[in-house]
Design a protein around this ligand. Structure first.
Ligand code: NAP
Length: 328
């Protein structure tokens, strides 16, 4: 039976707000929703199906009797409160990076590795936003012939860094138009999250390790460069992949066209068609610019765009809950 009692931890953030919207859109009856955020939001109200719901501080968290708790408030908050959900027998779906790499915690994209969720022990992790759209796009090809190498460059929107960064981009854009300098408006930043000792950024490591875990390919060769771009919503990813066997482009087009959760755009002539401006607010992962690499056998290139707040975060989390509880 579909879940009917849920909590959102981080309900006032960009992902939490999107999650509330998605839950409103779902047809199944949700008769209880509890909202939690930081102490700053204590006492605020958010609307759910036109009814005001009070936001409580996570310090006063009470999850007893719920089916599922969506953790959307960062890794530290998840580390602190996910154990509480598990102790109360409430399924925790965690959007943070806190537990993703733990061997006994499933990391799930329902269109790609749904069966991984079967072995959960009260906690399922939602992958990083970029990883979700990457694996959704390449898995149908991987099923035709094993992908042995991936080279990925990301163009990640500012909403991926949360509400404060979204606001900062708007302010900085105005300042920039007045002639002041800005690090994020009309600029790119090559590197996301913290810098690691070997010159990679942590966001890049997340995409590598999570892709390997979801595809169950621990030695998959993956190279990633993550870039923050001054786009409000929807991440774009340029993908080069190499398969074990040569593939006909028509076969790849066929599987991408039929894959659940994907929208394949064959015609590359309209450059706006697979772009953040079009894909923002959509549920599917959009794939375009599919072509054979001219420089190497078995190489292929594609362009993948998805809404980081929906499929990259809130929607995937809801789909995980639906995988466990059903939709009716
Ligand atoms: N944004 C994306 O595209 C995206 C994609 C995938 C994963 N994620 C992950 O999803 C999570 C939320 O991201 P976001 O973009 O929604 O961030 P955000 O807009 O900055 O919102 C953060 C939320 O967490 C709450 N929060 C902060 N500190 C807290 C604390 N100590 N206790 C309880 N709640 C606290 C905030 O409450 P207040 O309003 O009270 O401050 C707010 O509701 C993060 O783990 C992020 O890495 C985000």
């Amino acid at each position: 039976m579909a879940f009917s009692k849920a909590a959102i931890i981080g309900s006032t953030g960009l992902v939490g707000i999107e999650l509330l919207t998605i839950l409103e859109e779902r047809a199944y009856p949700l008769d209880e929703i509890r909202l939690f955020a930081s102490g700053r939001s204590e006492g605020k109200e958010q609307l759910f199906r036109a009814t005001p719901v009070e936001v409580r501080s996570a310090e006063r968290m009470d999850l007893k009797g719920l089916d599922v708790a969506f953790f959307m408030a960062g890794a530290d908050t998840s580390r602190k409160y996910v154990p509480l959900a598990r102790a109360d027998g409430v399924l925790a779906i965690d959007n943070s990076s806190a537990f993703r790499r733990e061997a006994d915690v499933p990391l799930v994209v329902p269109e790609v590795n749904p069966r991984a969720a079967d072995s959960h022990d009260g906690l399922i992790s939602n992958p990083n936003c970029t990883t979700i759209q990457l694996v959704a796009a390449i898995n149908p090809i991987h099923q035709l012939s094993r992908v042995r190498r991936l080279v990925v460059s990301t163009y990640q929107s500012i909403s991926g860094a949360g509400r404060d960064s979204w606001d900062e981009l708007l302010t900085e854009t105005e300042k920039s138009l007045r002639g002041e300098s800005s690090e994020i408006a009309f600029n790119l930043q090559a590197g996301i999250d913290r810098l690691l000792e070997d010159g990679h950024y942590y966001e890049e490591e997340k995409v590598v390790e999570e892709t390997r875990k979801i595809l169950d390919e621990k030695d998959l060769a993956v190279s990633v460069t993550t870039v923050r771009v001054p786009v409000l919503r929807a991440h774009s990813v340029s993908v080069y992949l190499e398969t074990e066997e040569p593939l006909a482009l028509s076969d790849v087009e066929f599987v991408l066209s039929g894959a659940p959760g994907l929208r394949f755009v064959k015609d590359g002539s309209d450059l706006r068609s697979v772009s953040p401006a079009v894909v923002g607010g959509e549920d599917e992962v959009w794939v375009g610019r599919l072509r054979k690499d001219r420089s190497i056998d078995n190489g292929m290139l594609l362009w993948v765009v998805a809404d980081n707040l929906r499929k990259g975060a809130a929607l995937n989390a809801v789909q995980i809950a639906e995988l466990i509880f059903g939709t009716t």
